[in-house]
Design a protein around this ligand. Sequence first.
Ligand code: G3P
Ligand code: CA
Length: 268
Amino acid sequence: PASPARAGGGGGPLVIAHRGASAYAPENTLAAVDKAAELGIRWVENDVQRTRDGELVVLHDDNLRRTTDVEEVYPDRAPWKVRDFTAAEIARLDAGSWFGPAYAGARVPTLEQFVDRVERHHQKLLLEIKNPELYPGIERQTLKVLSNEGWLDRSHLAGRLIVQSFSADSVRTVHELKPAVKTGFLGTPPVSDLPGYAGFADQINPSYGSLSTAYVASVQAFTGPHGRPLEVFTWTVDDAATAQRVAGYGVDGIITNKPDVVREAVDG
Ligand code: G3P
Ligand code: CA
């Protein structure tokens, strides 16, 4: 039977708004979460980094230049790494103007602010721990924020939260610290390595370019740490033809900057 959790109520893969609905609003901002909600998208992906004074903030790059006006505001602070700025300094930056004048004044959200907004829309969160090698202890800290925000209760754990990373060590750490949290490994490990991953990851999340029906089936044949088949969420698919192709491979989720386009392609 079709799962009600699927996009649009159909039987296709879940649709996850990458960095929010980031084709239509500046990535990883509250506006991008709002845009996903407006489009009726239930799942939002984000990226987590850490400031100099130890605050978790939502930003893709470990550097503030691409998505804020940091070079204008702090011209003498090259190379403008997130970890060299305090949370208060980052809070002054404009994270929207680069995308378009309509978003002037959008801020780099803290993880708390981001999670609050996702909660307000009753959405679900695919949280990516970025560059964990730069931020010792970020796994424990991320879990603490999620716990403080009420996201480690039974209802969130049961289907509203996944924590993923390109770092297998980071994913394993999250699993060991809080085994009830669903986790994902970003990458395409060889099938022979999957038994190891299945000890701590519920998902294997590859770039769509490296996917095939056979690979998806191989992953899904393994049982994850919670006794269910491993899942596959693939990224980042923004056109209808590719969305239909990867849906045909049997993926469980598609991570996209254009969630409306992908939903229409797979459910429409
Ligand atoms: O969610 C998967 C995807 O976000 C991984 O790549 O670079 O966009 O964080 P990236
Ligand atoms: Ca990401």
